[in-house]
Structure formats: structure tokens, C-alpha cells
Design a protein around this ligand. Structure first.
Ligand SMILES: [Zn+2]
Length: 454
């Protein structure tokens, strides 16, 4: 049993002082007591650590490589995607592991305890199968074994190159699965998790309505029915138009009319929804998986945050393309996008809870659901996913209650996260992951190798 003592902590019913948190050898929180005498390791502030609900780890290595104008009149998500496809043609399994380890380390150092990995890179360049169907899943799992992050692996079903069922393009051969292939691949991916601690888990990810037929989506729903199901939805206007032309419904409208999305479903982006779609989907309990830094980077658009929250919608945060991994910047970018559109301040704040508090608690709740993980609160029985911060810095010193989260989200930068535990594994100390140098060195040699091959 380990004891963590916090001068202040955010508990399920609000802020508490002098909080003792006992963590069992199984990685779960055994006991929480407010007003406890100091004992064990002492910290200024302890928060539940959030799950990062959407990531494509390999894209981290192309951060900064797509910012010049190409030959098209406009650079968009679609021209970015061509660059991404060219890049991933060069990745080996060892590269995938080195990049995933760096990404997971950066997530932990940013205050996330869980990586929900939307994993669609399955095959060799050109689409040839690896001898082991779970090869690249094993590389992601091996990275998690090194970093200690909580992993929810979401193998992706990717069937077609568009809603019209055109074959996959040359850049998409590494993703492709038939529905039968996918069921086998899912078993392989699940087997890849067997060497990880008990908090690791699986889920299912039909890629999008662009890439998966309605029949295959229905099949995906039946696979691992107790586990999370994630899908990209309504990220781009051309995608909305393509779906509407083929199915006679906009993507969210189509989903609502043909499925019964609920808390099992996490829908990534949801950038382009009508007001009616926003209200209807929010009422189902499905999670909106928002990735505000990536959505800004790709020029996707602005999420209907005010209507979504007004209708009781749940939302969490992911780092998606991993162009930058910063928990607090994801929250800040979402709120600022709403302010720019509404020409107002504190847009997502609620009576009795400030903006920073609403965003952070929304991310905890939705992140736990999206990860299919007992997390999101400092409470007995949950995994000990915790993030400790020092108050001895210009950003947080003297702040109390919700001001702590507001200062963190709106004024915070690097270096505020002190220690992080994922299911009780104490992997970040003093702001650094325990294997920071080694993981960084491996990543640098991976990049050097890639530069030689590209
Ligand atoms: Zn994505």
C-alpha cells in the first residue's frame, strides 16, 4: 500500500483539503480520506489524471512537415492526408514502437494517464500482411509496457476509399481490412495486450462512414459489445456532402436514424452538425471526442460546444495527430474557439463551476467512458490515475478552488505537472518520465533512419 497525501485535491464532490489517498498494490485506489494527517509522499495539489481519448501515435513524427503550401489552390485536410500517406509508407514496426513510446511519454508528462489509441496502421507498405496479424498492435503494446501508460487499444476497421465503396488508394493499403480480416485482427490485437497490466483494454473502431459500409458498421457493433466503440464522424464538409449524397442523410442524422448511439459510442470530431443534430446526439449520452489542437491544425472548423453542453452533451479530449501533446492546451483551445465564435467570455462555464473546472471534469468523465476504464475520479475502487502539481510557481501560487484549474488551463504552460501515476504506476517524477532520456534517444535514431529512407 502506498500513501499519497495532498494539501488539496479534486474529489468527486468538489475541492478537499488534507487528502490522504491510499493506493493498493493492484493499482486501484483503496481509500480516500479528507482532513487526514500528513503521511507518505506529500504534494500541493492532486487531480485525477485524464484519459487522452483519441490518438494516432505515428503521426507525431510528421509534426511540422505539412505547413508549406502545396500545388493545390487550397491546402486542406485532404492535401495534408496525402502527405501523411506518403510519410507512413516508410514506417517499420520498430519505428512504430519508438514513436508510440515517445507519444505515450509525452502524454504522461502532460498529465494524461491513459492513451486511447485509434490504431489503423496494420500491414506492411503496399498492404502485404505481416506474418503475425497483431504485429503493429504488439508494437503499441510494447511501447505501453515501457512507458507504463494505461492503454486502451482500438483496432480500426478500414474497408473502402470512400462512401461509394471505391477501392483503397495506394496510400491506404496499410490500413485495409475486410470484415472477416478485421475480426481476426481484433483477436490478434487483444492477444497483444496479454502481457500488459490488468488496466489495459480493447475496443472497436470502425474508421468512419467514408471507410466502412453500413453492414460492416453493424457487424462492428456486435464485436466486443461491452467495450467502447469509436468512429470519426462529421469532421469535414466534403465528408458530410459525400455521405448525404450517398445515404440521403447527413452523417450524424444517418447515425441517429440507423443506430442507437449511447454511452458506448465515442464520436470523434463532430465538427459539422446542424443544431438539431447537435441536440439529438447530445441527448444520447454518446461522447464527443474533441481534438481541438488537431482540429485547428487541419482547419476542420469549430464544434457546436454551447448547444452541445446546453443539451447535456458529454465531451472529452484527444490529441489525435499529436502535432502537439498538451492537455491544458486542448482544453484552452476548445474554450477559445467558442469565445471567438460567440464574441463572449467564459462560454462553457456553468453556475457554480468555472470554465476550467467544467472542461477538466467533462474530460475526466468522458475520457473514462471512452477508454472503457475505471478512472476519472479520486475514489475508492478506481484505478489510481493521478496527477500532482506544485503550487510553488507564478501560475498557481495563491490560487484556490476553481481558480486553480482556470489558472492551469488559461495561464499554464510547460513544467507544471510534477508527478503522474497510471493505475498506481508512478512513472513521472519531478516533471520527467523515468525513462525520458532513453525513449527520446530511441525516437531520435528512428527519425534519423526515416530521413535516410524517405
Ligand atoms: Zn483521428
Amino acid at each position: 500500500m502506498t500513501t499519497i497525501w495532498a494539501e488539496r485535491a479534486l474529489l468527486p464532490d468538489g475541492w478537499a483539503e488534507a487528502v490522504g489517498i491510499e493506493v493498493g498494490a493492484d493499482g486501484r485506489i483503496a481509500r480516500v480520506e479528507a482532513g487526514a494527517a500528513p503521511s507518505g509522499d506529500r504534494y500541493d495539489l492532486v487531480l485525477p489524471a485524464m484519459a487522452n481519448l483519441h490518438s494516432h501515435a505515428f503521426q507525431r513524427a510528421m509534426a511540422g512537415l505539412s505547413e508549406a503550401r502545396g500545388p493545390e489552390p487550397r491546402d486542406t485536410f485532404w492535401t495534408w492526408r496525402q502527405i501523411m500517406y506518403r510519410f507512413l509508407d516508410h514506417l517499420t514496426p520498430a519505428d512504430v514502437e519508438a514513436i508510440a513510446a515517445l507519444v505515450q511519454m509525452e502524454m504522461l508528462e502532460a498529465g494524461f494517464a491513459t492513451n486511447v489509441e485509434f490504431h489503423y496502421l496494420h500491414h506492411q507498405p503496399g498492404g502485404t500482411r505481416y506474418d503475425n496479424v497483431g504485429e503493429l498492435s504488439e508494437r503499441i503494446a510494447a511501447a505501453a509496457a515501457r512507458t507504463g501508460i494505461g492503454l486502451t487499444l482500438l483496432p480500426v476497421h478500414y474497408q473502402f476509399g470512400g462512401v461509394d465503396r471505391r477501392p483503397l488508394g495506394p496510400g491506404q493499403q496499410r490500413f485495409g481490412t475486410t470484415p472477416d480480416d478485421f475480426a481476426v485482427l481484433l483477436d490478434g490485437a487483444e492477444a497483444a495486450l496479454r502481457h500488459l497490466p490488468a488496466d489495459a483494454g480493447i475496443g472497436v473502431a470502425p474508421h468512419s462512414l467514408r471507410a466502412v459500409s453500413p453492414e460492416a458498421l453493424a457487424l462492428c457493433e456486435t464485436l466486443r459489445p461491452d467495450r467502447p466503440l469509436h468512429m470519426h464522424l462529421a469532421e469535414q464538409i466534403p465528408e458530410v456532402e459525400e455521405v448525404e449524397a450517398a445515404y440521403g442523410r447527413r452523417p450524424v442524422e444517418w447515425l441517429l436514424d440507423n443506430h442507437a448511439p449511447d454511452r458506448r459510442w465515442t464520436l470523434i470530431h463532430l465538427t459539422h452538425m446542424s443544431e438539431d443534430e447537435t441536440r439529438r446526439l447530445a441527448a444520447t449520452g454518446a461522447v464527443a471526442g474533441l481534438c481541438p489542437i488537431t482540429e485547428s491544425s487541419l482547419g476542420d472548423g469549430i464544434f457546436n460546444g454551447t448547444i452541445w453542453r446546453g443539451a447535456g452533451g458529454r465531451l472529452g479530449f484527444g490529441s489525435d495527430s499529436n502535432i502537439r501533446i498538451s492537455l491544458i492546451e486542448e482544453l484552452r483551445t476548445l474554450e477559445y474557439s467558442q469565445r471567438l465564435r460567440e464574441t463572449a467570455r467564459a462560454v462553457l462555464a456553468e453556475p457554480g463551476r468555472s470554465t476550467g473546472r467544467v472542461l477538466y471534469e467533462a474530460g475526466l468523465d468522458a475520457g473514462a467512458t471512452a477508454a472503457g476504464r475505471d478512472t476519472g475520479a479520486i475514489a475508492a475502487g478506481r484505478w489510481a490515475d493521478l496527477c500532482a502539481l506544485s503550487l510553488n510557481n507564478p501560475v498557481l501560487h495563491g490560487r484556490k478552488g476553481d481558480e486553480l484549474l482556470d489558472s492551469l488551463v488559461f495561464a499554464g504552460g510547460e513544467g507544471l505537472v510534477r508527478d503522474v501515476w497510471a493505475a498506481g504506476r508512478h512513472v513521472v517524477r519531478g516533471g520527467r518520465h523515468e525513462q525520458h532520456e532513453r525513449i527520446t534517444a530511441d525516437y531520435l535514431s528512428c527519425i534519423a533512419g526515416l530521413q535516410e529512407r524517405m
